[in-house]
Design a protein around this ligand. Structure first.
Ligand SMILES: *[C@@H]1O[C@H](CO)[C@@H](O)[C@H](O)[C@H]1NC(C)=O
Ligand SMILES: *[C@@H]1O[C@H](CO)[C@@H](O)[C@H](O)[C@H]1NC(C)=O
Ligand SMILES: *[C@@H]1O[C@H](CO)[C@@H](O)[C@H](O)[C@H]1NC(C)=O
Ligand SMILES: CC(=O)N[C@H]1CO[C@H](CO)[C@@H](O)[C@@H]1O
Length: 469
């Protein structure tokens, strides 16, 4: 293992929860090969990543070094529940502020370069411009991390170039892939475009939080030069999330109560409802969802929380999401459901045998966690890559149903839509088939991370590649 001391990995995550979570998990996977990992981030987002990660303790990983570089302060806007699209545009000022990590990043790798044979930089796609100065450090090389599914990434690339001829199956799927309309704010698209320019010139390969178990076809398509314009090496090393989690890692009273309740429920009888960290609803929409869940006739765990602000620790003025009068007490005392406010132990809930469905916004972390734990998903995408993920879940791998189609995104949120989606997921033939597919795929994905599995092989290969003589 001596040679490994000569190689170090520098991880440069983007700062929204979904992205932070992926690269902190990847740090764990890579540091397990006895390679030192340097995690580069602003102080508040490092704190967030450590606090919210599930299934392991980042403080116990002695060869992950957290470098917290200050960034200029930014207005910490509250999310806007009334916005016309659901993209979290209130975070834009923080996205601009982290561009100042470029200088300390260069200083860090310059320092490291005198002590190491090779510096391997793994950066989020959205941080391409931060790492671009690596070219001035002769023993550094960069790998881009693509945070979305291979399926979604493929369609993003394909639309740009459209030169690759598709086979019949993929061609017929094309009509089912939603357009990007309504997915991003214009301001964010500008940022995407400028990052796009930087990465094309510099990457020696791409890493995906994707699995060959179900996305091999798209990973192969992504190796075509016509699609990615020159970045033809890729490694699919998902799922990044641990596939086994120990029970009840948090002894807070709230969580103990939650699992006590869950332990008492029938197998596959509870629907877990969560819309991630970037979605905010109006008071009226929250009321409709509340009524819909209650009327569905199925048991539920519902995570009720406001979308993250850019600095989650500056939360004094946070809007409290209001539920109808007496709702929480009523559903809890009748045993119909549990409302979780704040951070939920999502992996543990999904793993629990009583959980039989997941009503989700389809962020890629949530999709991967649902797939890993073998839980069928009712898809209600909100923005960004989520609509395409929904297509992947429903049309390609068959482990879900559409709760709300992307084409209907501008319709009013109504209670009937929620209750109907829950019923279809939990108690229809369509839901039953999705549940069966999800259970089978979950077994395959969990196996893939074991010795000899496809994920483990890919990860071994990547590590062999970066530690080559
Ligand atoms: C959203 O709209 C509602 C109703 O028009 C209004 O009461 C509320 O203040 C608005 N919220 C924000 C954050 O603008
Ligand atoms: C680089 O090394 C210098 C000298 O040891 C040190 O003062 C500085 O803090 C280091 N910078 C970074 C970003 O690690
Ligand atoms: C445990 O859960 C509580 C309630 O959600 C939370 O406030 C706390 O930070 C968690 N502690 C740890 C160590 O994760
Ligand atoms: C839930 C959802 O948004 N599904 C979308 C997935 O893709 C299909 C095919 O394009 C669309 O019809 C759906 O709107």
């Amino acid at each position: 293992m001596d040679q490994n001391q000569e190689i170090c990995v520098v991880m440069v995550p983007f700062i929204t929860q979904g992205h932070l979570n992926q690269l902190i998990h990847l740090s764990r996977l890579i540091s397990a090969y006895n390679l030192p990992v340097h995690f580069v981030c602003a102080p508040t987002h490092t704190r967030q990543a450590k606090l919210r990660v599930h299934g392991w303790d980042p403080l116990s990983a002695s060869n992950i070094h957290f470098h917290e570089f200050p960034i200029p302060s930014f207005p910490n806007h509250a999310p806007d529940p009334n916005a016309t699209i659901r993209f979290p545009n209130h975070l834009m000022p923080s996205f601009k502020s982290i561009m100042h990590l470029r200088e300390p990043f260069l200083e860090l790798i310059t320092n490291l370069s005198t002590k190491t044979k090779r510096i391997v930089i793994v950066h989020d796609y959205l941080m391409s411009s931060i790492v671009q100065d690596f070219v001035s450090v002769p023993n550094a090389e960069v790998y881009m991390f693509q945070s979305c599914s291979a399926f979604t990434a493929f369609w993003f690339h394909w639309e740009e170039t459209q030169t690759l001829k598709l086979d019949d199956e993929t061609e017929s799927l094309k009509a089912k892939v939603p357009t990007l309309e309504g997915c991003f704010s214009n301001e964010f698209l500008e940022l995407l475009e400028s990052e796009d320019e930087s990465f094309k010139r510099i990457s020696s390969g791409t890493l995906y939080d994707a699995s060959k178990v179900f996305e091999e076809k798209y990973l192969e398509l992504l190796k075509h030069d016509e699609v990615t314009s020159g970045t033809t090496k890729n490694w699919a090393i998902g799922p990044f999330n641990p596939v086994t989690v120990s029970d009840h890692t948090n002894s807070s009273i709230e969580w103990i109560k939650l699992f006590k309740w869950l332990d008492k429920q029938e197998p596959n009888s509870v629907v877990y409802v969560s819309f991630g960290t970037t979605v905010t609803f109006t008071d009226e929409e929250v009321k409709e969802i509340a009524t819909g869940l209650e009327e569905s006739g199925h048991k539920f765990i519902w995570v009720v929380r406001e979308a993250d602000k850019a600095d989650i620790f500056d939360g004094d003025d946070e809007r409290r999401v209001e539920l109808p009068e007496g709702y929480e007490e009523r559903v809890e005392s009748s045993g119909v459901g549990v409302v979780v406010r704040g951070w939920a132990p999502q992996l543990e809930i999904l793993k629990h045998p009583s959980t039989g469905g997941f009503l989700s916004h389809c962020g890629w972390n949530s999709c991967m966690e649902g797939i890993t734990m073998g839980v069928p998903i009712a898809t209600w995408p909100m923005h960004s890559d989520q609509p395409r993920n929904a297509t992947l879940i429903k049309e390609v791998i068959g482990t879900g149903i559409y709760a709300r189609e992307w084409g209907c995104r501008d319709e009013k949120v109504a209670a009937w839509m929620v209750s109907e989606a829950v019923r279809r997921l939990m108690a229809s033939e369509e839901g039953r088939v999705a549940r069966k597919n999800a259970a089978e795929l979950g077994v395959a994905v969990r196996r893939s991370v074991e010795e000899g599995g496809v994920m483990r092989k890919e990860l071994d290969e990547f590590v062999d590649h970066i530690t080559r003589q």
